[in-house]
Design a binder for this molecule. Structure first.
Ligand SMILES: *Cc1c(COP(=O)(O)O)cnc(C)c1O
Length: 392
């Protein structure tokens, strides 16, 4: 039998997939199980009062399926500490409560994920937290939105659903100069395409429901940081507020991560094919994809991302009705919210994921359609959008 791998090895693994497949876990010494067992146990026997085995006491505090996932998430995001949550929104909620107090202020993207905007606008404002939306692709606008009481700059890049690109290194500097932390919601890029901590971000947030899980079969979230104090606050809130994933969720997420690199490569290949097809199509007024040379964020994206991702948005020349028709005519692309799974999805953000932004500064164009390009056969996907756009 080969020597046991240690966590120290993970730091020396250069290749993404080696870390994705091995970091955080080694074959069980007792049984040799090569995968993490699903420890369906809410409590753990103690050898005498306070005598915890391997640090486990109660499964809200820590669970032997969740712990390898957390170590793995840290490794694939090139961070020191990883924490897993019951959803991306639970991670978002934890991040805000760890970093902000009543009277504090944060800057958010003016095209933030709808759920992030809703939580801040409808819940946290009730607790005395103030926010200013600003364009992530405009460093000066973010700087201008900073106030003396700004404690957090919230960044998504690429953004959802407009695929604007923020310069992580430049915005980390802006945040730090203003005495704030930079958190990057890295859900759209995934840890394979972009590692914000290496560019100066303080925290990386994921909805692991999306690319990390990758199979549309589990909801989860993650926070990764090098900041020991923040990590302690995250752990305190995991235990104190309890928004943690169960062991089966942790297992599914770990299982998804193993294939993240191969899935992302295929997502990117297929997205590029579709972008090429949409560009110049008479029914398409505008293609939003950071891989396009004419995309305003292309240079920054090319610097900070490995490739440009599997999300493509288009604005249709025929307006809202054409957008709605396109969404209902595809056969392989399923009309559904969410993204990042192996199967292709299509949606109308204005009426679906971003309906809560209607009438606000964050409202999205009504002719906008968002595609989460899956890993099916690229030719079949092209044929599907081609027939769906016919006559629009
Ligand atoms: C889905 C999503 C979230 C929220 O995550 P859930 O797992 O659905 O709670 C946050 N940010 C982005 C960018 C998302 O796409």
């Amino acid at each position: 039998m080969s020597e046991q791998r240690s966590q120290a090895d993970a730091a020396s693994w250069q290749g993404f997939s080696t870390r994705a497949i091995h970091a955080g876990y080694e074959p069980d010494p007792q049984t040799g199980a090569v995968n993490v067992p699903i420890y369906a146990s809410s409590t753990f026997a103690q050898d005498g009062v306070g005598g915890m085995r391997d640090g486990f006491e109660y499964a809200r505090t820590g669970n032997p399926t969740r712990r390898p996932l957390e170590a793995n998430l840290a490794a694939i995001e090139a961070g020191a500490f990883g924490r897993a949550f019951g959803s991306g929104m639970a991670a978002t909620d934890t991040m805000i409560r760890a970093a902000l107090r009543p009277g504090d202020h944060l800057v958010i993207p003016n095209d933030a994920y709808g759920g992030t905007f809703r939580l801040i606008d409808k819940v946290f404002t009730q607790w005395g937290i103030e926010y200013t939306p600003a364009a992530v692709n405009d460093v000066d606008a973010i700087r201008a939105a900073m106030r003396p009481n700004t404690k957090l700059v919230w960044l998504e890049t690429p953004t959802n659903p407009l695929l604007n690109v923020g310069d992580i290194a430049a915005l980390a500097q802006v945040a730090h100069e203003g005495g704030a932390k930079l958190v990057v919601d890295n859900t759209f890029a995934s840890p394979y395409l972009q590692n914000p901590l290496t560019l100066g971000a303080d925290v990386v947030l994921h909805s692991t429901t999306k690319y990390i899980g990758g199979h549309s079969d589990v909801v989860g979230g993650a926070l990764v940081t090098d900041d020991e104090e923040l990590d302690a606050a995250f752990a305190f809130l995991q235990n104190g507020a309890g928004a943690v994933p169960g062991p089966f969720d942790a297992f599914l997420t770990l299982r998804g991560i193993k294939t993240l690199e191969v899935r992302m490569e295929r997502h990117c290949d297929n997205a590029e094919k579709l972008v090429q097809f949409f560009t110049g199509h008479p029914a398409v007024e505008k293609v939003l994809y950071p891989g396009l040379a004419e995309h305003p964020g292309h240079q920054v994206a090319a610097t900070q991302m490995r490739r440009f991702g599997g999300m493509v948005s288009v604005q249709l020349a025929g307006g809202k009705q054409a957008a709605l028709d396109f969404c209902s005519r595809t056969e392989i692309f399923t009309l559904a919210e969410s993204l990042g799974g192996v199967e292709s999805l299509i949606e109308h953000p204005g009426a679906m994921t971003h309906a809560s932004t209607a009438g606000s500064l964050l409202e999205v164009p009504e002719n906008l359609v968002r595609l989460s390009v899956g890993i099916e056969d690229g030719g079949d996907l092209l044929g599907d959008v081609e027939q769906a756009l016919e006559g629009l």
